[in-house]
Design a protein around this ligand. Structure first.
Ligand code: SF4
Length: 191
C-alpha cells in the first residue's frame, strides 16, 4: 500500500468524521441523532421504488432494527408518514411531511459545510466534485455495493419521443422529476 493510498484514506476518514460531528451538532438543536438526519436526507433524494425500509437499510448499511426504531421516532416527531403500496399492502412507502422537508431545508447542508464550499473557487468546486464522484464510484464497486445513482444515469432509463422517459427494468413511464432521483435498482450505463 503506497503513501498516496494511506494519505487518501486519512483524508477520507477525517472528512467523514467532520461530517458526522457537524451533523450531530446541527441535529442536536432539533433533538435528532445523525442517523435520523441521514434517513430524512435519503428520503428527500430517493424515488418511489426506493422509499421503503429495505431501501433505507441498503443505502445506509443499517440493521432492520435500527431503521425500524429510527422511523418510529421520525414518525412521532411528524417528519415522515407511511403509506401502503398500491399493489402489495405489506410494503410501506415512507414520505417526508412538510415539517420534514422544512427541517431538511434548514439544516442540509450544515452552515459550516456551506461556508467551507464558499471558500473554494468555481474551478476547485468543479474539480473536487468530479474527483469525489469518481472515487465514490470506485469505492462502491470495489466494496460490491449498490450505486443508488441518479435515475437519468441508469442503463435502464430510456428516452422516448417528446422528451418522455421510461424504465426498461420496471416497464413504467418516468417523469422528468423521476429521472433526477436516486434509485435502489440503479445500474450505471457503462458498467
Ligand atoms: S431507470 Fe434505473 S434508476 Fe430509473 S427507475 Fe428504472 S431502474 Fe431505477
Amino acid at each position: 500500500m503506497g503513501v498516496k493510498t494511506n494519505q487518501l484514506y486519512d483524508y477520507t476518514e477525517r472528512l467523514s468524521e467532520v461530517m458526522r460531528v457537524s451533523a450531530r451538532n446541527v441535529g442536536a438543536k432539533y433533538g435528532l441523532q445523525p442517523v435520523q438526519i441521514q434517513v430524512l436526507r435519503y428520503l428527500s433524494l430517493c424515488n418511489r421504488f426506493s422509499d421503503t425500509p429495505m431501501g433505507i437499510t441498503e443505502y445506509l448499511g443499517l440493521t432492520k432494527g435500527t431503521v425500524s426504531q429510527t422511523l418510529k421516532v421520525l414518525e412521532k416527531k411528524d417528519y415522515i408518514t407511511k403509506c401502503a403500496d398500491d399493489l402489495d399492502k405489506r410494503i410501506a412507502h415512507i414520505k417526508l411531511t412538510q415539517a420534514g422537508k422544512g427541517l431538511l431545508n434548514d439544516i442540509v447542508p450544515p452552515p459550516g459545510f456551506k461556508a467551507a464550499c464558499a471558500r473554494l473557487t468555481d474551478e476547485q468546486s468543479a474539480a473536487l466534485g468530479d474527483v469525489l464522484e469518481q472515487f465514490l464510484l470506485q469505492l462502491l464497486q470495489t466494496n460490491s455495493m449498490k450505486t443508488f445513482g441518479l435515475c437519468y444515469t441508469c442503463r435502464y432509463n430510456k428516452k422516448q419521443d417528446a422528451g418522455n422517459y421510461m424504465c426498461a427494468l420496471l416497464n413504467i413511464d418516468l417523469s422528468l422529476d423521476d429521472t433526477q432521483l436516486i434509485c435502489r435498482e440503479h445500474v450505471l450505463e457503462h458498467i
